[in-house]
Write a protein that binds this ligand. Sequence first.
Ligand code: MN
Length: 232
Amino acid sequence: MKKISRRKFVKDAAQVAALAVVAPAILQAKSMPALQFSQVALPYAYNALEPHIDALTMEIHYTKHHAGYVKNVNAAITEEKISYDTEKDFFANISKLSAKAHNNAGGAWNHNFFWQVMKPKGGHMPSGKIAEAINGAFGSFEKFKEEFTKAAMSRFGSGWAWLVNDNGKLKIGSTANQDNPLMDTSEFKGTPLLALDVWEHAYYLKYQNKRNEYVANWWSIINWDEAAKRLV
Ligand code: MN
């Protein structure tokens, strides 16, 4: 092993310490935010979830609403020099951020998640570990469906219904606006396994005021494999 003098060691250590202080300042000076949100590619065509979700709703939802949230959260990140490295950290500190960052980060993340947990010709009964977890937590699949539907229907105004894993326990709940269970401000917390967008923009063209029909049809397009993947 190469021997280094104490004097050289102290000098090197001081340089490393100085770099550690300087590096974030350089990043800040160049306005390089650590994390930007991106819009995931839709994993199917706009008309793929018909007749349950119509193509025009899907196209507007993805290209206008979702794209807008992604654009606006990234603008907020730059304007406010927000520097969290991960989405998890971002949401865990959301109480410290502006309404613009908060609402649009939720909108960006929630829709990326929502597209993944749906698929054409989905909706078969869950099987394996997630089916066992659902039966364990809610008694039966039917009871689970009933409780989830209630959460989706009783959310007043705009928001989301969720199935989450909260430290090994599955729970159903809902959040207002674009809030999600990863946010430190949310009363309902956990790792999302399923989400249902109950904003009117998600169903109004086809279903108008009939949120109940939209929710009932959504069970035919759930991607249970994606939900199961998240149960770890
Ligand atoms: Mn939406």
